[in-house]
Design a protein around this ligand. Structure first.
Ligand SMILES: O=C(O)CCc1cccc(O)c1
Length: 535
């Protein structure tokens, strides 16, 4: 049997796997993607893309194209048992450089992601290829694969990422547990075309007589989701005439104009893999964690995995960091993915109540909270979503930092900056695909030791000086130090961030998490500490 070799194999060519493949392409890593299906499924599945996920797509050079098929800043409305809207989430900020709530059609976004792969000769997407078995030793992973003609071959890789979904064959064969629950209630999910309803938002209806969800989708599509009761027969409830009757109850005769594209019964799951990393194999997306949809975080969590994995696998494949660093993926991601599932479970428990008395009490509590300003702001700005905060992993916390408040381990902001040629750019573009050391009105390279310069150059680290805008100097008078990129903080957003950080230097990881904050005099100490973690 033929044996082929590659640096990375990605098992599963869904949105997470293909986004990761784009990153591998960009990092120049020889990659094979195995996808059992020959085609992209031609209907929407995940529908919500948040600002962090957009930033992940940006890192892979996909965001500008993908956002063309999205509706940006779609509000989220909550309705009580009486059909009254009691809260609307309508965030207006874009601290990571993208709108916070975007609605998309998965099949279109997946097509854009696959299109992106055309840029790379080093990525081979193999459609119709199925992984049969996986095993690993200390120095390689071996996969037995069947191709689209039924021919078997062996694939050897330095690293494997499993993005093969909730039923992950990789996870099963590596005997990694998938702990959690399958929720009792079933839901029927309906996608309808030719929608004319004037409701340009996602609506979560906490109606105890039958909780339901109504989601505004691009291109005149709409999704309806209805909870099924235990006594109801799933097959009968999925008949088109039953579905039309349910929708008629909400939009009347307009239902007759709808083209029902897809009806599917669905069970909510809340599960997390017992580990996300085993040796040279990493689980990603639904293979690692699955959530009910209430917090809109299924795919978004998966894309957070992708960006955490991408630079680590690329650096390990290039031999620049040891394989053991891959364990930090589990350390850094499992807790946050678990927290978001807990949030979705709680939201589901509250919004999916079917006992009218309990639902009445719930609505009364929400009504009372209306007058609590902070709570209202919390809801409206979507601040209840737990933020990722890396406390253990590739981060350097100074001894006197207080973890819950520290900006270290949090995502760095992404404002626009002005570059030396006077153009306005998103700051991540200036930072590039690897680490960056950023000085606010200070040369970040000035005090770096030769030892650190050599190590961080091996990771293509960029040094950036941020100048305060409107300082009255021309670019030639500003810093032009060798090896340092100079930018203008045009909206003063970075100035505010550095003021809050109370220091002048930040080290940002390739996935845009803050690795360290320090003064210029302590930069070597921070770089030494991170270098030790990476070597
Ligand atoms: O947009 C959101 O944040 C919530 C999305 C949601 C909630 C419940 C069901 C579903 O399919 C999506």
């Amino acid at each position: 049997m033929e044996t082929q070799k590659t640096q990375v194999v990605i098992v599963g060519g869904g949105p997470n796997g293909i986004t990761l493949a784009n990153y591998m392409g960009m990092y120049g890593i020889q990659t094979v993607v195995l996808e059992a299906s020959e085609e992209i499924l031609p209907y929407p599945r995940a529908v919500g893309m948040d600002d962090e996920a957009m930033r992940v797509l940006q890192g892979a050079g996909l965001a500008d194209e993908a956002i063309k098929d999205m509706i940006r800043n779609v509000p989220l409305r909550y309705y009580n048992a009486r059909g009254v809207c009691f809260a609307e989430v309508k965030p207006k900020t874009a601290q990571y450089g993208w709108p916070m709530r975007n609605i998309f059609m998965q099949q279109l976004t997946e097509a854009t992601m696959r299109e992106g792969l055309q840029r790379f000769d080093n990525v081979d997407l193999r459609l119709g290829h199925t992984m049969e078995s996986i095993s690993q030793t200390d120095d390689r992973v071996t996969l037995e694969v069947t191709d689209n003609t039924g021919k078997a071959y062996t694939l050897e890789a330095d690293f494997v990422v499993a993005s093969d979904g909730a039923r992950s064959e990789v996870r099963k064969q590596l005997e990694i547990g998938y702990t959690g629950i399958t929720h009792e209630a079933k839901w029927v999910v309906v996608d309808a075309a030719n929608d004319k309803l004037n409701a340009p938002y996602t609506a979560l209806h906490a109606d105890p007589s039958r909780p339901f969800v109504c989601i505004y989708l691009p291109y005149q599509y709409r999704r309806w989701e209805f909870m099924l009761f235990p006594h109801e027969n799933e097959e009968e409830m999925c008949q088109e005439e039953v579905i039309r009757k349910l929708i008629r109850g909400h939009i009347g005769d307009d239902v007759d104009d709808l083209d029902i594209v897809r009806i599917r019964a669905y069970t909510h799951n809340s599960r997390v893999a017992d580990t996300f990393t085993k040796g040279r194999v990493m689980l990603c997306g639904d293979a690692a964690h699955i959530t009910p949809p209430w917090a809109g975080q299924g795919l978004n969590s998966g894309l957070r995995d992708v960006v955490n994995i991408a630079w680590k696998v690329a650096a390990a494949a290039k031999g620049r960091i040891p394989v053991s660093v891959l364990n930090t993926y589990d350390q850094e991601r499992r807790g946050h993915a678990t927290d978001l599932i807990a949030l979705a479970d709680n939201m589901g428990a509250v919004l999916g109540m079917t006992n009218p008395i309990l639902a009445g009490i719930r609505d009364w509590i929400f009504k009372a909270s209306d007058s609590v300003d902070n709570l209202r702001e919390h809801l409206v700005e979507f601040k209840f979503k737990p933020k990722a905060h890396i406390t253990k992993g590739i981060v350097h916390h100074e001894a006197d930092e207080i973890y819950p408040d520290s900006l270290v381990g949090q995502l760095f902001i992404q404002p626009d900056v002005e570059t030396a040629d006077g153009s306005r750019e998103k700051f991540d573009e200036v930072q590039g695909p690897w680490f960056s050391v950023i000085g606010f009105r200070t040369n970040p390279l000035a005090n770096v030791s030769e030892e650190n310069k050599a190590f961080w150059a091996g990771l293509d680290t960029r040094y950036i000086q941020v100048n305060r805008s409107k300082s009255g100097f021309s670019y030639h008078e500003r810093l032009q130090a060798e090896g340092v990129v100079s930018v203008e903080d045009v909206d003063h957003t970075l100035e505010d961030w550095f003021t809050a950080a109370r220091d002048k230097i930040v080290i940002v990881r390739p996935d845009r998490f803050v690795a360290a904050i320090c003064s210029p005099s302590r930069l070597n100490e921070a770089l030494d500490a991170l270098r030790k973690q990476l070597s």
